[in-house]
Each structure stands twice: as C-alpha cells, then as structure tokens.
Design a protein around this ligand. Structure first.
Ligand SMILES: [Fe+2]
Length: 217
C-alpha cells in the first residue's frame, strides 16, 4: 500500500463495495487499467462442438473425465471504475493437460484427450461473476527454443465495451519467466494476467482471476 497514488486510492474507495473477490486478489490492481490484451494465437477453435459448458473436464454423453489435474477458475468482470458487469460473454480455450489443442493446425505430437472439452463459452452472472472447471493446461513448444507456459486464452465481449482478447497465466510457473509473450509485458501488466491461488474447493485447486474491461467510446 505504500506507493499508491491518490488516483489509486480513490479507485480503491470505489472498489471497496464489490465484495470479496478483489479483497482476495489485492485491490491495488484495480487502479492500474484494463486487463492487457494478447494475441489470439493460432488455435482459436474452428471445429464446432455441442458441449461448451462451464465444466471442461467432461463431455456430454461420454463416461470418462479429462486427464490431468482439475482446477477451478473463478473471477469477476469489472469496468475501470470497479463496477461489475453482468452478461459478458467469456469465450475461452486451452491446450489439454499434455499441451495439445484440438485444432487442425496443432502439430504438437502430444496426444489428444477424447474427454477434454477444450473450449467453453460462459456468461458473467450477477456481480460480474464467472467460473469454470477445467484441467491445468500443459506447456507446449511454440518454437524449438520457446516453450509456452500453462495458459488459458480468453475472448471477452459485451456490447458497450472494448472486446478483449487475452491470456491468463498461473502463478509460480517457472516457464512464465521465459515466455516470449508474457515477458514483453511490464511487471504491472503481468500481474494483471497471472491468476492468484484461492481456497481449495473439495480438494480442487482454485485460481482467482478478475478481468477488467474498458468501456467503448
Ligand atoms: Fe496457447
């Protein structure tokens, strides 16, 4: 709290009403602008699928569950003033636990997981909240000299706001320190893109990740 600007303190005041998510994540972030954008990457889903619900660890009609470590991601969508935004479309996709996307251009030899949904579209509800259950994405080679750390891609949109394409990272991952995309961001932008650990739910690791949208002109 030592280096907060007056503007940040004002923002903190505005933020104080929105509940525990920001308390858990550390309010300081709210004064630092919108969630940084990042490239969509080459693996935005192109194969239609019926099941796009919030549980990516199961596919409707199949018995099995995804390989890998289950994780729950919880967050809120807010604007630059900390006001929560309901009805935001959160389109998210990721590699499976072995680092493979279900995409025709992914030539990673890692195996596909027939029980991993890989792609979901969820809406923010009351208080801008969203959540989904998935597996920890595997790291994968982007080039021979570059391994991407575990990450989840997001495309976040609602009329009246600037559409945001971004990526979320996991805390404490050594590959974060060498990632060519994450490392070109400032430290404060990195902090807005790296989730924070939350309290486990029934033995499943929870990560907290808020997304801050900019209003359209
Ligand atoms: Fe990716």
């Amino acid at each position: 709290m030592m280096s907060l600007s007056r503007r940040s303190i004002l923002k903190l005041g505005l933020m104080s009403g929105i509940g525990s998510f920001f308390a858990m994540k550390g309010c300081v972030r709210a004064g630092e602008g919108q969630t940084p954008s990042e490239v969509e990457g080459p693996f935005y889903p192109v194969v239609a699928q019926k099941d796009q619900d919030f549980d990516l660890t199961k596919i409707e009609g199949r018995e099995g569950v995804s390989e890998g470590k289950a994780v729950i991601i919880v967050g809120q969508i807010v604007d630059l003033n900390g006001k929560t935004i309901e009805g935001v479309t959160v389109d998210l996709w990721q590699a499976n636990a072995k680092g493979r996307y279900r995409h025709p251009h992914d030539d990673n030899p890692a195996p596909l997981d027939p029980n991993f949904q890989g792609w979901a579209i969820v809406q923010s509800g009351q208080n801008g909240g969203f959540r989904f259950k998935t597996v920890m994405p595997g790291a994968y080679p982007a080039r021979s000299d570059w391994i991407r750390p575990p990450h989840i891609h997001f495309k976040v949109s609602k009329k009246g706001y600037v559409e945001l394409t971004t990526q979320m990272y996991f805390p404490g991952e050594p590959l974060n320190e060498t990632d060519a995309l994450l490392q070109r961001k400032s430290r404060s932008d990195q902090a807005l893109m790296i989730a924070q650990p939350g309290k486990k739910e029934e033995g499943v690791d929870v990560y907290l990740h808020n997304i801050i949208l900019e209003q359209a002109e």
